[in-house]
Unconditional design. Structure first.
Length: 594
């Protein structure tokens, strides 16, 4: 059971293609199942749809609800908008409800597949990071670990900035690993500069925290080490080129302490990389500074200043541990066993979360770019155990057993429970109608099928890493499909504004849309997505000044929890109301002039 597997993986190009094909093919069919119910994803989709619909010839300044959206850099919106077909935009405004619904499904696919592709390419970069730090086999295991974490399966399908950022953070990590560990200064620095420039155009300076800070800390730590690492210090089971690592450590240590002839070769690559970063990242910001009043101040306030949000727990990023299930124990084992080169992956996975914890806005999706490094750490834990020549300890056996127990939970208990909630009500895995996520036939069939897959994986005793990883890929991808299929029909998975949009379409298909609230709270942009038009913000005074025109006007207004219903000005009549979370949104119409 403890026979070490070969160190060499499949040919590089085949590994790249295989990683992308496996995960893209498994997740892509589910992309149109979910309505537009997520906050940050909706903001990007609404911005991209507005670019494609209202600004076909000028995308330099994206807009949201008709106003310049410079709070975030534009690259994600540009990518998303480029994937939307003009036919889809036209059909979203069809008077036929069936055509509109079909267009909404098409839009869900079109805006999400670029993010899924970026997520799959991040797994390819994870493979390369594992190769750079360890060896091809470790890289391949890391890629499959990354693609089966709850983090990847939850966020990798969403049209969000952090998904695209994750790709370029891991790409930068790959180049940094080559520069630091293998002494490839020019390739490493130029690749890092390009990747960081793209990351800046995605989300600003946070990418630097997630890449450059851990790399610099690791490099300084190695350079300041009392002595170069010796070959006999390297732990068995993580075969890398120890001699080359030792030489690199000597160069780093000498460079930091001013050793003669070691710091000079790094100056030119670093300077050229900085110029490349600026050439990619800065032109858009310069354009915004010239053409959008207070545009840079708006972006700066969003990027680095406090935004008045309720602070989350300072321990919020400990959520990384459940989010990398079912590989959490492997990740912890990898952290414990991290030495020399493998410690770089550990620093890349953990240090950014520590630094970001000092910023009070801590959200789960911010952890996504660390998925690649965390997967390499977890792969280190698996491969160290696989190549261990001593007899396994009780903890070793327990670590493997708990992983199989988790696979039983995801593969057998989830589909069984999803089909049995009519007999044992569990609100979290019931649809809005109170029906189970799965029919009994589907639940029974998937339970049996996953049982056979798990049993087959357990039988491969002499090749247990292959059985463990392969079984996990099958089980987690099937569990993901089951979860998305069911969640798409729950209250949280459905867009609460879509019924309101349908009511407005039925009553006033050409309505001009407004949003008003005394405290400035805006309606969720899924209303604008399903209406396929801007919902213009107006103050209560501006709303009262509106007069009947050639088109009917519709305003949506918020009713706070336990608050009184909103009171529109005279002449507006009630149209419809819907509940969103604890709030209610009311729609009132001002009829067109006759």
């Amino acid at each position: 059971m403890s026979q070490p597997p070969p160190q060499q993986g499949p040919p590089r190009i085949l590994a790249w293609i295989g990683i992308v094909v496996v995960f893209f093919a498994a997740v892509a069919p589910t992309l149109s199942w979910l309505e537009f119910s997520g906050g940050m994803e909706n903001l990007n989709i609404a911005t991209a749809l507005e670019l494609r619909r209202d600004h076909p010839g000028d995308w330099l300044i994206p807009t949201l609800e008709g106003e310049p959206r410079v709070k975030k850099p534009p690259l994600t919106a540009w990518i998303t908008a480029a994937a939307i077909r003009p036919r889809t935009v036209a059909d979203l405004s069809s008077r036929d409800p069936a055509v509109r619904d079909a267009a909404a499904d098409a839009l869900a696919w079109e805006v999400r597949w670029p993010s899924l592709l970026a997520a799959c390419l991040m797994l390819v970069a994870t493979y390369e990071l594992g190769r750079a730090i360890a060896d091809p086999s470790t890289g391949l295991v890391a890629a499959f670990i990354g693609g089966t974490t709850l983090m990847f399966l939850k966020f990798g399908r969403s049209a969000m900035i952090d998904v695209h950022l994750g790709l370029w953070v891991v790409v930068a990590n790959v180049f940094l690993a080559h520069a630091i560990l293998r002494g490839r200064r020019w390739t490493g620095c130029l690749g890092t500069g390009a990747a960081m420039g793209i990351a800046f155009l995605l989300k600003g300076p946070v990418g630097w925290v997630q890449c450059l800070v851990p790399a610099l800390v690791y490099a300084v730590a190695v350079a300041l080490h009392k002595r170069p690492p010796r070959k006999q210090d390297m732990r068995r089971g993580f075969p890398i080129d120890e001699v080359q690592r030792d030489e690199t450590a000597v160069h780093l240590r000498s460079a930091v302490t001013g050793g003669r002839g070691n710091v000079v070769p790094w100056i030119a690559p670093v300077l050229v990389a900085a110029l490349l970063l600026c050439a990619i990242a800065l032109p858009w910001f310069i354009y915004i500074a010239k053409h959008v009043p207070a545009g840079l101040d708006t972006w700066k306030h969003e990027a680095v200043e406090e935004r008045g949000e309720k602070p989350s727990s300072i321990f919020g990023y400990l959520a990384l541990l459940p989010y990398i299930l079912p590989w959490t124990i492997s990740f912890i084992g990898g952290l414990i066993n991290a030495r020399r080169a493998t410690a770089l992956a550990a620093v890349m996975a953990v240090l950014p979360l520590v630094v970001m914890s000092f910023y009070k806005d801590r959200k789960e999706r911010y952890m996504y770019p660390m998925t690649g490094a965390a997967a390499v750490v977890a792969a280190g834990g698996i491969m160290t155990l696989a190549r261990k020549r001593e007899p396994w300890t009780g903890l070793d056996h327990a670590a493997v057993v708990q992983h199989w127990v988790l696979l039983v939970a995801f593969g057998l208990l989830l589909p069984a429970a999803a089909a049995a909630t009519s007999a044992i009500p569990v609100r979290e895995i019931q649809t809005v109608d109170g029906t189970p996520w799965l029919t009994r036939q589907w639940g029974a069939g998937l339970t049996v099928a996953m049982g056979l897959v798990i049993a087959g994986g357990l039988l491969i005793r002499r090749r247990w890493p292959l059985g463990l990883v392969g079984t996990t890929v099958v089980v987690m991808l099937v569990a993901h499909a089951v979860a998305i299929h069911g969640y798409a029909r729950t209250e949280n998975g459905l867009s609460p504004m879509r019924p309101l949009a349908r009511a407005i379409w039925a009553a006033h298909p050409d309505a001009r849309m407004y949003n008003a609230h005394p405290r400035g709270k805006r309606a969720s942009v899924d209303l604008s997505i399903y209406m396929n038009r801007v919902t213009e913000w107006v103050s209560m005074e501006e709303l009262a000044a509106l007069k009947p025109g050639p088109r009917t006007k519709v305003v949506v207004m918020l009713q706070d929890p336990n608050g009184p219903p909103p009171a529109p000005p005279a002449g507006w009549r009630f149209l419809e109301k819907v509940r969103r979370d604890k709030d209610h949104w009311w729609a009132f119409a001002l009829d067109a002039a006759r």
